[in-house]
Design a protein around this ligand. Structure first.
Ligand code: PLZ
Length: 448
C-alpha cells in the first residue's frame, strides 16, 4: 500500500511530451487490443496509461498529460488522492464483497447517510446504490413508475442518460449510442430543453414550451417522471435559463409526476456545490448519482424522497455488486476530502480561472461563440465566426492539438462543436494557464 502511494505521489505536476503521440509502446498495445477488443469500444486518444496522480496522467511511453477529462468527470478530487487510496487498500484487505442484499455492511449505510446530508433539501431521504450511471437511471425509472402507477418517461433534447436498453431510448442522439442495436425501451417522450445561447428564451418561456410538448405528446395523467440533467453533460454543458428547471419541477408537482435530476456528470462538487441542483435552488424528488462519488471506483445510486423510494416492494431493487464495500470506502473518503480541503471552494476557483482565461481567448478568437458552465465543468461552443453555425472541425483541431501537446480534452455537443473542460477541482491555476496557452495557439493556427 505504501509503495503505491509513494510511486504515484512522485509524478511532477507538469505536461511532458517525449514521443510522438501516441508513442511506440502505445501503438504496439493498440495493435494488441485490436485483436481482442471490438471497435465498438472506442478510445478518444489511444495512449495507454501507466499511472496518474492529481492532475497528471502518465502513459507507457512516459508522456505526461494534464487531465481535462478526468475519465469523463470521475476523478473530481484528483487522481490517486492519498485518502482514497488508503481507504480502498484498507477495505480490500478486510473484505471485498458479500453482496449487500445477502449480508449487509456499514459502508453502504454510511454512503446513504452522506448522500442524504449533502443532496439538496432537508426532507427525509433514502438511497439505493448500484454500479453505473445508466443503472441508476434505470432504477429511477422503475421507482418513479412504481410510485406513480404511471408509465411514460419524459426526457429533454440533447440529453444523455446511458447505454443500457432503457437509457439508449432516453438519449437524444440515436447515433452512435443506439444505431442498429434493436428495439429500444418504450414510452419515452422528448421535449425541447433550455439552450439560452441558441433559443434566446427566458426560463419561463422555455419551461412553457417543454411542458406544452409533454402535455400534447403524452399528457400528465400518463407521465411517471421527467428526467433532466441540471447542466447537460454530453449535450454540451448548457446551463439552463434561470427558473427553467424550477418551473418544470413545479409543473411535475402539480401533476403527480416525479422530477428526477440526473446529476451523474454535474454532481458531487463538480459545479462548485455538492450538487448542481443547489445552484438553481432546486430540490429534486430523485437524484441520480455516479461518476465522481467514489473517486474512480465504480459506484452509483438513486437518492430521493423517502415516500417515493419507499414505494418499492421488498426485494424489488438490488444487484450483485451494487454498493460494493470497496467503492463505498472510496466514496466515504471522497466526502471527507471535500470537507477537509474545501473542495467546493476549489471548484469555484477553477471556474473563475477557466472562465476568465477562456473569455479573454473569446475576445481574440471569434470562433468561440460562447463560454459557459459552472465550477470545474466549463465549455466553449465553437462556431463559424459571425454566426452560430456549429464548427465541429474547430473542436477536432483544438482537441488534436491538445493531445499532441500534452492535454487530455473531450468534445461534447449534439453537433460535436463543444470543447469541454472537466479538470479535477484542485487543478492549479498554473496548470490551467499553461493549458490555455496551448489552446490559444491552436485557435490561432486553425485554418491558417
Ligand atoms: N447520465 C448525465 O453523463 C455518462 C458517457 C460516456 P454510466 N456520461 C459519459 C460514454 O460515451 O459512454 C452519463 C452521464 C449522465 C448518465 C450517464 C451514464 O453513466 O456510468 O456511463 O453508465
Amino acid at each position: 500500500m505504501t509503495t503505491i502511494v509513494e510511486s504515484t505521489s512522485s509524478i511532477a505536476q507538469e505536461r511532458r511530451v517525449v514521443t510522438a503521440i501516441p508513442g511506440p509502446q502505445s501503438q504496439a498495445m493498440h495493435a494488441r487490443r485490436a485483436k481482442v477488443v471490438p471497435p465498438g469500444v472506442g478510445a478518444a486518444l489511444p495512449v495507454y496509461i501507466a499511472e496518474a496522480h492529481e492532475s497528471i496522467v502518465v502513459d507507457i511511453d512516459g508522456n505526461q498529460f494534464i487531465d481535462f477529462a478526468s475519465g469523463i468527470g470521475v476523478t473530481t478530487i484528483g487522481h490517486t488522492d492519498d485518502a482514497v487510496v488508503a481507504a480502498v487498500a484498507e477495505q480490500v484487505a478486510r473484505f471485498t464483497h458479500t453482496c449487500f442484499t445477502v449480508t449487509p455492511y456499514e459502508g453502504y449505510v454510511r454512503v446513504a447517510e452522506l448522500l442524504a446530508e449533502h443532496t439538496p433539501g432537508n426532507h427525509e431521504k433514502r438511497t439505493m446504490l448500484c454500479n453505473s450511471g445508466a443503472e441508476a437511471i434505470e432504477n429511477a425509472v422503475k421507482i418513479a413508475r412504481k410510485f406513480t402507477g404511471k408509465n411514460a418517461i419524459g426526457v429533454l433534447d440533447h440529453a444523455y442518460h446511458g447505454r443500457t436498453n432503457m437509457t439508449m431510448a432516453m438519449n437524444f442522439k440515436n447515433s452512435p449510442y443506439a444505431t442498429g442495436f434493436g428495439s429500444l425501451g418504450t414510452s419515452v417522450f422528448r421535449a425541447p430543453s433550455s439552450y439560452p445561447y441558441l433559443d434566446g428564451l427566458s426560463g419561463e418561456e422555455a419551461a412553457e414550451r417543454t411542458i406544452w410538448y409533454f402535455e400534447k405528446q403524452v399528457g400528465a395523467s400518463d407521465l411517471a417522471a421527467i428526467f433532466a440533467e441540471p447542466i447537460q453533460g454530453e449535450g454540451g454543458f448548457m446551463v439552463p435559463a434561470d427558473g427553467y428547471l424550477n418551473r418544470l419541477q413545479d409543473w411535475c408537482h402539480e401533476n403527480n409526476v416525479v422530477f428526477v435530476a440526473d446529476e451523474v456528470q454535474c454532481g458531487m462538487a463538480r459545479s462548485g456545490a455538492y450538487f448542481a441542483s443547489e445552484t438553481f435552488s432546486l430540490v429534486p424528488d430523485l437524484i441520480t448519482v455516479a461518476k465522481g462519488i467514489a473517486g474512480g471506483m465504480p459506484l452509483a445510486g438513486v437518492v430521493g424522497r423517502a415516500d417515493i423510494m419507499d414505494a418499492t416492494h421488498p426485494g424489488g431493487l438490488g444487484g450483485t455488486f451494487g454498493g460494493n464495500p470497496v467503492s463505498c470506502a472510496a466514496s466515504i473518503a471522497v466526502f471527507e476530502q471535500i470537507e477537509r480541503h474545501n473542495l467546493l471552494g476549489e471548484a469555484q476557483r477553477v471556474e473563475k480561472t477557466l472562465m476568465a482565461g477562456l473569455r479573454a481567448m473569446q475576445e481574440k478568437h471569434p470562433m468561440i461563440g460562447e463560454v459557459r458552465g459552472r465550477g470545474a465543468m466549463i465549455a466553449i461552443e465553437l462556431v463559424e465566426p459571425g454566426t452560430k453555425k456549429p464548427d465541429a472541425a474547430a473542436v477536432k483541431h483544438l482537441v488534436d492539438e491538445g493531445f499532441q501537446n500534452g492535454l487530455l480534452l473531450l468534445n461534447a455537443g449534439t453537433n460535436y462543436n463543444v470543447l469541454r473542460f472537466l479538470p479535477n477541482v484542485r487543478m492549479s491555476d498554473d496548470l490551467i494557464a499553461d493549458a490555455l496557452g496551448v489552446l490559444d495557439a491552436a485557435c490561432t493556427s486553425y485554418r491558417k
